[in-house]
Design a protein around this ligand. Structure first.
Ligand SMILES: C[S@@+](CC[C@H](N)C(=O)[O-])C[C@H]1O[C@@H](n2cnc3c(N)ncnc32)[C@H](O)[C@@H]1O
Length: 331
């Protein structure tokens, strides 16, 4: 005897309830395990957020395979800008790879790392670092898990190539439209003589690479098994889109979380939300800095774990978490 439409609908609902509750149960159990992995210092910022003071590559070697569902991160793209030598220079206001812009109209502008000065040896180190990161993430992500990674137009091709070589599919880029202070300068020392010349275009966008760990079989099976493979829609009528207009991080956020590379909540919350298609899973930020990705995940109701190897930023992040995650981004 064939089932009547109402019976069919009830059966479909009960199937859906059963795969979803199995998935939720398995994610809860993974979460309880991974937030306690290793003996590094950590802070459980909420029931669904943990920040660990650790090197990302080391932490990845301890994470079990297939244990995280998405990565949203803003890495040290030039690698060297957060190495001790240059970092010390930044902290003492002496520059190094960091360009410390002069005050303008009484406003003190934030330092920017200069990616044009990297030597061949530094570029090779950059490639090896992103390779190690990509292989580590590929192992730790579940099939269909997405990576959203901030980059810079000068270095993105190298960094993205490392992810494709490690086995990720490139799924496009999110373009953050943002007016920056990069580029647009006249030739140094000959500004007046060549007043009509800029050495580079003023950069008005920031690329975020979008990658996915491959999976086999239909997308629907992967969604039921791992909760991943796609992107969460903004609404029934609006898919997630790959251009996001978002101004530089504002003063209020910078006061809460004084990190030289702070990313704005307005942008991060949109990306983090899209990264888990069913709204369930674990987000990882290997380079958590001020904890801005962790705060964005908390704001949209997701579990998240972050690492940073710098004790000062770990301290800033743990302190800033509650104010950043409850920040009203519409004000
Ligand atoms: C570009 S910043 C990220 C800032 C972050 N977007 C925010 O809004 O605060 C990169 C961070 O990576 C950290 N870092 C650099 N190398 C690392 C490594 N190997 N493991 C973990 N953290 C690292 C630095 O200390 C720095 O805080």
């Amino acid at each position: 005897m064939t089932a009547r439409p109402q019976e069919k609908q009830t059966k479909r609902k009960s199937n859906q309830n059963s795969w979803k509750s199995n998935l939720e149960e398995s994610i809860s159990s993974t979460w309880e395990d991974i937030r306690e992995i290793g003996d590094q210092r950590r802070s459980h910022l909420s029931n669904r957020t943990t920040y660990v003071l650790d090197d990302a590559i080391h932490f990845l070697s301890e994470l079990p395979p297939n244990s995280i569902h998405a990565v949203v991160t803003d890495p040290p793209y030039g690698v060297i800008e957060y190495e001790d030598k240059h970092h010390q220079k930044l902290r003492s206001g002496r520059g190094g790879v960091w360009r410390i812009p002069p005050s303008f109209d009484g406003v003190k502008r934030s330092p920017l790392p200069r990616f044009t000065v990297l030597s061949e040896d530094e570029l090779n180190r950059l490639s090896s670092f992103f390779s190690a990161l990509a292989y580590g993430l590929h192992r730790a992500l579940v099939p269909g898990g997405h990576v959203f990674m901030a980059a810079n137009p000068l270095l993105s091709s190298m960094v993205f190539h490392a992810f494709q070589t490690a086995g990720f599919e490139k799924r496009g880029e999110v373009i953050r439209l943002v007016q920056t202070l990069r580029g647009g300068d006249r030739p140094k020392g000959a500004e007046k003589e060549f007043s009509d010349v800029s050495m580079m275009a003023r950069s008005c966008w920031e690329p975020w690479g979008m990658f996915r760990k491959p999976f086999s079989g239909p997308a629907s099976t992967n969604l039921r098994t791992w909760g991943t493979g796609g992107l969460r829609r903004i609404s029934d009528t609006e898919p997630f889109k790959d251009v996001i207009l978002c101004s530089p991080t504002r003063g209020r956020e910078r006061e809460i979380a004084p990190h030289p590379s702070l990313k704005p909540q307005r942008f991060l919350r949109q990306v983090v939300r899209a990264a888990l298609p069913l709204g369930i899973g674990i987000i990882y930020d290997p380079f958590a800095g001020s904890g801005s990705t962790l705060a964005a995940a908390e704001a949209v109701g997701y579990r998240a774990i972050g690492t940073d190897r710098d004790a000062q930023y770990f301290g800033i992040g743990t302190k800033a978490f509650s104010s950043l995650s409850t920040l009203d981004i519409n004000k």
